[in-house]
Design a protein around this ligand. Structure first.
Ligand code: G6P
Length: 611
């Protein structure tokens, strides 16, 4: 949420910043701005996308070898030119870009107003810029000291970069709750919300921790805590190919990411399954494996699509390990005073590893003494660092705001995790264990078959692109898939869609069904098959339009449904990974046909780093 990029070195900063903002635009895209300095400092900002900013500055002075840029997802104040970042203090001494929320900003604003400060914008960030300036002037401090003191006076979350006009040889950066990573080049430094703007210049990075303050000059880097203790920077090498963050010939990142799934699932499985397909390695959860096997209860926390993956995890773990599972929205869990036992195992699922509510849920669980594991995609992310053990999904960068490949990789990781624990506890036989492993290993090829038949889905999309409502139904393992299908459609096409357990339809949604309502029913061959056939009849009896996802060889539903999308046969516990793919494609094609911006849907952000 909000993208931050900064540069200090001997090159022109502008191309690096604009390029970086384009890479970060998936984090927020309602306005954009930059500040550039070559002794004299200039700020340009505008409502709209990074492309609008580029056009806006085309006739301006954009020279400077120090600078910072911001792409915004509005929290305080509507998206407009004035609320866009960077924000300058009244006296023009400090320029700030910020991601996060300063919770006590209105109190600070009142106090600063009492000292004569005036505010142009509605943002909390402008308050912070003025607070820094106020402390700088009054205390005769250095810019770094003023930033530190200001941060002692704020509550909330931030990742920020500051340029001080009286000390223009440096960038000052600080983090609490929102990610920041520093890239180290030769005589130059980069700073960004994530590594994507940095990777084409350097692979050596430092991830800031909460309460870190970094000062970057051309000659070096100083890293301290908010309490002013000196830290030794931990330099890491990142492994990220530039191709992974480009569209690679696809029209949208989302389409690329859907089509990448045969590879990304293979990457999730790589090194986890023995060569003879008879066993699963503990890998990143080795340290906690005994606790997991003996757990009385599992709690799974996540948000959005990751929460849906968690629901599949509940079905998997209860089926194969008989450990009771509760799945919680991280945002509810953290505030509802949940009962957490010290012997609970909490699994936090997150693509980005930066979602604020999931991070807070982890902290709560840790404070209660529980063992917390992470299932994360982004290596080195906050959640991966906050958890004692876990599984990386290795799906590669996901840029499309609507999550696709992250979901299938999360469910893949939960699957082999559940099978492994189930076998260790002797809940499942070696025979079933091996069957499940080989079904999982076959998933990439089966997804490829679904992708090869995308034309059928495109044709269905053409017929129903103008529908105002959609209903998605599924049972058992496929109920979370129905939720995920509905979420995909509403996120990117703005069509109202609801996911329901198929049998629950009779308790409400059936009232909505008429000849205009497409009902997407995930009805592959499993133990609920006959039941879902009855549900389809109930929809047809009310003249609903049935779009059914069926297993290959199905004849019964094919005769009843208006449209069928066939997917290869697999074990019912593996079917969510396959069945979600046609739903991803359906939402993608509908959104494109409706002219929606698929990769940057309105109001959404990829990484929700504010609560
Ligand atoms: C946002 C994204 C979703 C994502 C959710 C959780 O809402 O748009 O795609 O599922 O956050 O994100 P996480 O990174 O924690 O999986």
């Amino acid at each position: 949420m909000c993208g931050i990029v900064g540069y200090i070195g001997n090159k022109e900063a502008y191309p690096i910043l604009i390029n970086g903002l384009k890479r970060l635009e998936y984090r927020g895209y309602d306005s954009a701005g930059i500040a550039l300095s070559n002794g004299e400092t200039r700020t340009y900002k505008i409502k709209g996308k990074v492309a609008d900013l580029e056009e806006f500055v085309s006739d301006k002075n954009i020279s400077g070898d120090i600078g910072m840029g911001h792409t915004r997802w509005a929290t305080h104040g509507e998206p407009n030119d004035v609320n866009a970042h960077p924000h300058e203090s009244n006296g023009g001494k400090f320029i700030v870009i910020h991601n996060g929320i300063i919770e006590n900003y209105s109190l600070l604003k009142k106090k600063l107003a009492g000292h004569g400060y005036q505010f142009k914008s509605d943002t909390d960030t402008e308050v912070l810029a003025n607070l820094i300036e106020y402390l700088y002037v009054d205390g005769k401090l250095t810019a770094e000291e003023a930033v530190r003191l200001a941060l002692h006076n704020v509550t909330g979350a931030y990742a920020l970069v500051v340029i001080a006009k009286e000390e223009t040889d440096k960038l000052i950066a600080a983090r609490k709750g929102s990610p920041l990573v520093i890239g180290i080049g030769a005589g130059e430094y980069f700073i960004a919300s994530d590594a994507t703007p940095i990777v084409e210049y350097t692979r050596s990075v430092i991830y800031l921790n909460d309460d870190d303050i970094a000062v970057l000059t051309r000659d070096g880097l100083s890293l301290k805590t908010l309490k002013n203790d000196i830290l030794t920077p931990q330099i890491q090498e990142i492994d990220l190919e530039i191709g992974a963050i480009e569209k690679g010939g696809y029209d949208h990142f989302m389409l690329k990411e859907i089509f990448e799934q045969p590879d990304t699932i293979q990457n999730t499985l790589r090194g986890r399954i023995s060569a003879d397909l008879k066993d699963i390695h503990h890998g990143g959860i080795s340290a906690e494996i005994d606790k997991i096997i003996n757990a009385r209860r599992l709690l799974i926390v996540g948000c959005g699509t990751s929460w849906h993956a968690g629901l599949v995890g509940e079905y998997l773990f209860e089926e194969f390990t008989r450990i009771p599972v509760e799945v919680e929205y991280a945002s509810e869990f953290r505030y509802r005073n949940p009962v957490i036992y010290p012997d609970d195992i909490v699994i936090a699922i997150s693509q980005s590893g930066e979602t604020a509510d999931t991070l807070a849920a982890i902290k709560l669980a840790k404070d209660a003494g529980a063992t917390v594991l992470g299932i994360c995609n982004v290596v080195g992310s906050s959640i991966s660092r906050e958890t004692s053990a876990g599984i990386y999904t290795y799906a590669g960068p996901e840029i499309g705001v609507a999550s696709t490949k992250a979901f299938t990789s999360q469910v893949t990781a939960l699957s082999f995790f559940a099978y492994m624990v189930g076998r260790k506890k002797n809940i499942i036989s070696q025979e079933l264990y091996e069957q499940l492993i080989s079904e999982l290993v076959d998933v990439p090829a089966k997804i490829q078959t679904v992708l090869d038949h995308h034309q059928t889905i495109q044709d269905i999309a053409k017929r129903y692109k103008d529908s105002e409502n959609f209903l998605y139904l599924g049972r058992g393992f496929l109920f979370p898939v129905a939720l995920e299908g509905a979420l995909k459609l509403k996120e990117i096409s703005y069509i109202h869609a609801e996911g329901y357990p198929a049998a629950e339809m009779k308790h409400g949604p059936i009232a909505l069904i008429d000849e205009k309502m497409p009902v997407v029913i995930v009805a592959t061959k499993d133990k609920s098959y006959e039941k879902i056939v009855s549900n389809i009849q109930e929809v047809k009896a009310r003249k609903g339009i049935v779009i059914a996802i069926v297993s290959e060889g199905d004849t019964i539903i094919s005769e009843m449904a208006d449209h069928v999308i066939t997917i290869p046969m697999t074990h019912e516990a593996v079917s969510p990974i396959l069945a979600v793919v046609p739903l991803q494609l359906l939402s993608y094609y509908i959104a494109v046909l409706r002219g929606c911006n698929v990769d940057q849907p309105r109001n959404l952000a990829k990484s929700v780093t504010v609560e």
